[in-house]
Design a protein around this ligand. Structure first.
Ligand code: NDP
Length: 306
């Protein structure tokens, strides 16, 4: 059976950065990047907040460059997913979607998180054409325009406040008559002059044409149906960490995020580390994911040296 000192699972900023560092530490890492390499960032277009690119950088180009950098330094990056894993014994046996098996001395889990979506066909149709799950990534494109945010949690309220600083008007579409967000954040949202909360409302359909989103059709609980004109539609109804495969052994919180030890990337299983959005419910940025990938590779290197 093939063996590796360091198996990295996930092809986003965390996984590729872990591969860069693990390669430079001569761990000869093997990285499985899934079937949609690049991670969540590839859902957006221009990335303007990744340091080092004064004029911004195309999201796909950024991910391709990270990948290429890891390959140039010696990482063995492969398409495909992990289908089975056993973290009860080290080295850890792993089965792969290509039918191969390998055994890993250390594992870095960098499988990320996926945004929850409403599940409307029009939402799918306009993804990248006005529908987004990340205001920090895409909000800038709607400067001085009208937008809508769906959700009533900390993410939705945070996104609404962020967008309120950029946009002319922000509709916050909330399905109940209360917000779930922390009180301080709720107060800021309610005090913002250009945020209108649409209470007890659900989105029936996102409206648009060939140029992208033009509005949304809303249904209030009392049955009233009305349209709001918006250019951007942000879905912020929560994220879902991709941790199911590991949660039998690795400690997760109530939401499924992998719990790491203090400032390190160590999980409760010696030799297993977690990086990026799969262990981060708060920041969820490419740069923070990349930084945690760096930490995980350094932690794996130190673990192997012990
Ligand atoms: P949450 O699960 O807290 O909130 C999800 C929101 O979306 C709720 O208002 C929920 O409504 C609503 N919702 C869910 N499904 C639908 C749907 N199908 N249609 C319409 N609305 C829907 O997710 P968040 O991403 O906001 O937060 C996740 C965690 O991260 C929380 O613990 C939060 O506190 C934390 N967080 C912390 C931040 C911070 O401290 N700075 C920033 C962001 C997040 P309902 O209430 O009716 O269920």
């Amino acid at each position: 059976m093939e063996t590796t000192q360091c198996l990295i699972i996930g092809g986003g900023p965390a996984g590729y950065t872990a591969a860069i560092y693990a390669s430079r530490a001569a761990l000869q890492p093997v990285l499985y990047e899934g079937n949609a390499p690049g991670g969540q960032l590839t859902m957006t277009t221009l990335v303007e907040n990744y340091p080092g690119f004064a004029g911004g950088v195309d999201a796909n180009e950024l991910m391709a460059a990270m990948r290429e950098q890891a390959v140039r330094l010696g990482a063995d990056i492969r398409r495909g997913a992990i289908t089975e894993i056993d973290l009860s014994q080290r080295p850890f046996p792993v089965k792969l979607s290509d039918g191969k098996e390998l055994s890993a001395e250390t594992i870095i889990i960098a499988t990320g998180a996926v945004a929850r979506w409403l599940g409307l066909p029009s939402e799918q149709k306009f993804r990248g054409l006005g529908v987004s799950a990340c205001a920090t990534c895409d909000g800038f494109f709607y400067r001085r325009k009208d937008v809508a945010v769906v959700g009533g949690g900390d993410t939705a309220c945070g996104e609404a406040l962020y967008l309120a600083g950029l946009c002319r008007k922000v509709y916050l579409i909330v399905r109940r008559d209360v917000l779930r967000a922390s009180v301080a954040v709720q107060e800021r949202v309610k005090a913002a002059e250009n945020i209108e909360i649409l209470w007890n409302c659900n989105t029936r359909e996102i409206l648009g044409d060939a140029s992208g989103v033009t509005g949304a059709r809303i249904e209030r609980k009392d049955g009233e149906v009305f349209d709001i004109p918006v250019d951007g539609f942000f879905v912020a109804i929560g994220h879902h960490p991709v941790s199911e495969l590991f949660s039998k052994w690795v400690k997760t919180d109530a939401e499924g995020y992998i719990v790491t030890d203090g400032r390190s990337s160590a999980t409760n299983v010696p030799g297993v580390f977690a990086a990026g959005d799969v262990q981060d419910p708060d920041y969820r940025q490419a740069i923070t994911a990349a930084a945690s990938g760096c930490r995980a590779a350094l932690d794996a290197e130190r673990f192997l040296k012990k």
